[in-house]
Design a protein around this ligand. Structure first.
Ligand SMILES: Cc1ncc(COP(=O)(O)O)c(C=O)c1O
Length: 476
């Protein structure tokens, strides 16, 4: 055991991180609670260490926001004003995530927080056994460790082509680009196909990173309301749609965050409308395989006779997000263009992940795993719906999702969702408030895919207490 007092050990450790540049000027220090857990000391010891570093001029507290690094050893020694990386990154091409999204991302890795937020399969639905079995099988098939084909592994593209055929999409391997998740497909489209200054029509609310991504690529966003049948087509038809300078991003099947599904008739009408306006469609169909009650209507892509739809899918929601494997289907010239861009950005997806997914599909394990997931999701969805009926029916309403992971809850009172989010987190519960999806109503997204039954029950009880309190205060 070191004889140096614990508070001095903390001082040394922080000083070292500042001096060697690990924590640059502008970095926010972890909270006192996090530091006391990390150093296994009580909070007063952490506070003593912070006070010493403040007196040295290295740290400064900002009211209500936390403690920040304001100087380093070098800046204290020279007259020049120090380099502040955080200031630089404010002007970078890609903006940072919203503050709440950053908090959600950080909190999603914490084991002691109930995650009613997370859009992933929980450990109970993850195919542990099937992945292990597939890995064993592919271990003897691994022989190409180079950068590989810019379009992605040909055998995987053939399997995805077969998979899509079952859904009515005719796409040969040359029409398919393997990507590191659907998000990358959207990024590639925004950088390599859409023109700067063009308008992207998106659903309101919409998948949160779609909002950032198109904006960062210099596009104006025009939100179109989502109603019970998905995107409001009347509203879309009233828009000023400029040829060659507009596109539509849509997630018509188990829409994130509302879980809405667009019926077939609406899909046909949407395709007709977009053909009339020559409006390209980016169809994000990442939740399609996760139907619960009955298979979803066909993808927009199957109704597209003019190559107007770029179709995006992924195995993040059905197998595992960590594999980072998705696909993009489009006309050959688009796929070639984006594969070239892809090579410039990262040379392609992980070879190991590609081979693993290829084997998962061709062995039939994907289909059998999906069957298990669907029946488990049905039970978990019904459980969460029953909890909501029991505990929150006086305060909110929600439609029953027929697939996907989420229940979209709208509160009857205009309660402050920032407050609800904060209070939930302080009580060990993470939810996704609607405002992160650019929804200005009092809404939230709850996931039944990730949490266990026990966590769902505990989480809803925590929420009930918080909501009751806030609504009582609201109506008083
Ligand atoms: C609608 C939608 N599109 C794309 C993505 C990104 O998926 P991936 O992990 O395949 O990049 C998500 C992830 O939550 C999503 O909900």
């Amino acid at each position: 055991m070191s004889k140096i007092p614990r508070y001095l050990q903390i001082v040394h450790s922080i000083r070292e991180k500042i001096t060697n540049g690990e924590w640059s000027i502008g970095t926010k220090l972890p909270t006192q609670r996090e530091m006391s857990e990390q150093f296994q000391v009580n909070r007063s010891t952490v506070i003593t260490a912070i006070e010493i570093l403040k007196a040295e001029g290295l740290l400064e507290g900002k009211t209500g926001s936390g403690v920040y690094i304001v100087n380093n050893k070098w800046s204290l020694l020279t007259a020049n004003s120090p380099l502040d990386w955080s200031d630089w990154s404010k002007w970078a091409v890609h903006p940072p995530s919203d503050h709440t999204v950053q908090i959600i991302n950080e909190s999603e890795t914490k084991k002691d927080i109930i995650q009613l937020s997370k859009g992933e399969l929980g450990s109970d639905l993850f195919p542990h056994f099937e992945i292990a079995k597939t890995l064993e099988k592919v271990s003897s098939q691994l022989h190409e460790f180079g950068y590989g084909d810019g379009l992605g592994d040909i055998n995987l593209r053939k399997e995805i082509s077969k998979h899509l055929q079952k859904q009515g999409i005719r796409a040969s391997p040359s029409n398919i680009l393997i990507v590191s998740g659907a998000l990358q497909a959207l990024k590639l489209i925004s950088l390599g196909i859409l023109k700067r200054g063009s308008t992207v029509f998106i659903e309101s609310p919409s998948y949160l990173y779609s909002i950032k991504l198109f904006r960062a690529a210099g596009m104006a966003l025009r939100p179109i309301q989502v109603n019970k049948n998905g995107l409001d087509l009347k509203e879309l038809a009233q828009q000023k749609i400029i040829n060659n300078l507009s596109a539509l991003y849509v997630n018509p099947t188990y829409h994130n965050p509302t879980s809405t599904i667009m019926p077939l008739q609406q899909r046909e009408l949407l395709i007709e409308t977009c053909q009339y306006f020559q409006l390209p469609i980016i169809e994000d169909d990442i939740f399609r395989d996760l139907w619960i009650d009955e298979p979803a209507p066909p993808p927009l892509k199957t109704l597209d006779k003019q190559g107007q739809v770029l179709y995006v899918g992924s195995f993040s929601k059905t197998i595992a997000a960590g594999l980072r494997i998705g696909w993009l289907v489009g006309p050959e010239n688009v796929i070639k263009r984006l594969s070239d861009l892809r090579m410039q950005i990262d040379y392609g997806s992980s070879y190991l992940s590609q081979v693993l997914v290829k084997e998962f599909l061709s062995s039939g394990l994907y289909e059998s795993h999906l069957n298990k997931v669907r029946s488990a999701l049905k039970k978990k969805r019904d459980f969460l719906l029953a909890l909501l009926d029991l505990h929150l029916c006086d305060y909110a309403t929600w439609p029953k999702p027929t697939g996907g992971f989420f229940i979209w809850v709208t509160f009857n009172n205009n309660i402050n969702m920032k407050k609800i989010f904060k209070q939930s987190l302080n009580n060990g519960l993470l939810i996704n408030p609607g405002f992160i999806y650019n929804d200005n109503k009092p809404t939230m997204r709850l996931s039944f895919a990730f949490p266990t039954y026990d966590e769902m029950e505990k989480g809803i009880l925590i929420l009930k207490g918080i909501i009751k309190n806030n609504v009582d205060n609201f109506t008083e």
